[in-house]
Design a protein around this ligand. Structure first.
Ligand code: ADP
Length: 246
C-alpha cells in the first residue's frame, strides 16, 4: 500500500473503527482506518458500495463519532469536545458540499452563500463575498433564487457557501453526482482552483473515476479498510483499481 505524504496535516484519522448495532446484528463499517489529509490537497475517497465511504466522511467531519480511534481537525481532537464545542468547531473549520446542493429555496444565491456567517452571528465582509461570488463565476446571479439557476450554478453556490467561512477542510459528498459530464468537469475545475488559489483542503467521496483522477490523490476503501492510497492517478488506473475491489 502506498501512503501519500502528510506534511501539515489538516485532518487525521488514527485507527478509527465504527460499529453499528451490537451482538449478532453488529456491522463493522470501519475496521481501523488511519489516514492523514495535508493542507492544500484535493483528495478523493472511493470504494465499492458499503465499503465505508459515507461513514468515514461523517466521522472525519465530526457528524458521527468513531467506536474507537481518534480524529483531529487542525490539531483539535474531536473526541475531547462536548457537543457545543464540536458544533462550533464544525462551523468554523468544516465546509460541506453535497450531491443534492442543499440550498435554501427562499434565499437568493448570495444569501445562501452568506448563511454560514449569518448562523455564526458574523458580519459578512463585502469584499470577501465579492471575491467568493466572482471565483465561482456567479457575479451576475447573486439575486437569483436556486430555482432560477441550473444544476451547475446551484452547485457553484454550494461551493461558495462551503468556502465563505475559510474552513480548514471542505468535505464533498458526490459533488458531481447530479450533473452532466461537462458541468461536472467545471465543478471539479472549481474545486481544484479553490485548492490552488486559496490553499483549501478538499476531501471528496465519489463513484466517478474521472472525478477521482482529477484530484491529487485517491484513497480506496474496501470492507472498512484503506486498501490503496495513491497520488496522481489516471482514469484507467482508477477504473482498474475499482474493478479489482468489487
Ligand atoms: P458506502 O458509503 O461506501 O456505501 P457506508 O459507510 O454507507 O458505505 O456503509 C458501510 C457499512 O455500514 C455498510 O455495510 C452499511 O450497510 C453499514 N451501515 C451504514 N450506516 C448504517 C447504520 N446507520 N446502521 C447500520 N448499518 C449501517
Amino acid at each position: 500500500m502506498q501512503q501519500a505524504t502528510s506534511n501539515g496535516t489538516v485532518v487525521a484519522a488514527a485507527a478509527v473503527t465504527r460499529r453499528y448495532g451490537s451482538g449478532d446484528a453488529a456491522v463493522d463499517a470501519l475496521r481501523g482506518v488511519t489516514v492523514n489529509f495535508p493542507r492544500g490537497q484535493f483528495a478523493s475517497v472511493m470504494g465499492p458500495s458499503g465499503s465505508g465511504k459515507s461513514t468515514l466522511l461523517h466521522i472525519l467531519s465530526g457528524l458521527d463519532a468513531p467506536t474507537s480511534g481518534s480524529v483531529t481537525i487542525d490539531g483539535v481532537a474531536l473526541q475531547k469536545l462536548d457537543d457545543r464545542a464540536l458544533t462550533l468547531l464544525r462551523r468554523k473549520k468544516v465546509g460541506f458540499i453535497f450531491q443534492s446542493f442543499n440550498l435554501l429555496p427562499m434565499l437568493s444565491a448570495e444569501e445562501n452563500v452568506e448563511l454560514p456567517l449569518t448562523i455564526a452571528g458574523e458580519k459578512a465582509d463585502p469584499e470577501w463575498i465579492d471575491e467568493v461570488m466572482a471565483s465561482v463565476g456567479l457575479d451576475d446571479r447573486r439575486r437569483h433564487r436556486p430555482s432560477e439557476l441550473s444544476g451547475g450554478q446551484q452547485q457553484r453556490v454550494a461551493i461558495a457557501r462551503a468556502l465563505v467561512s475559510r474552513p480548514a477542510v471542505v468535505f464533498a459528498d458526490e459533488p458531481t453526482g447530479n450533473l452532466d459530464t461537462r458541468t461536472g468537469a467545471e465543478i471539479l475545475d472549481l474545486l481544484h482552483r479553490s485548492v490552488a488559489d486559496l490553499g483549501q483542503t478538499v476531501v471528496m467521496v465519489t463513484h466517478d473515476a474521472r472525478a477521482a483522477a482529477a484530484s491529487d490523490r485517491v484513497v480506496f476503501l474496501q470492507d472498512g479498510r484503506v486498501v490503496q492510497d495513491k497520488p496522481g492517478m489516471q482514469v484507467g488506473e482508477v477504473l482498474d483499481t475499482i474493478r479489482s475491489l468489487e
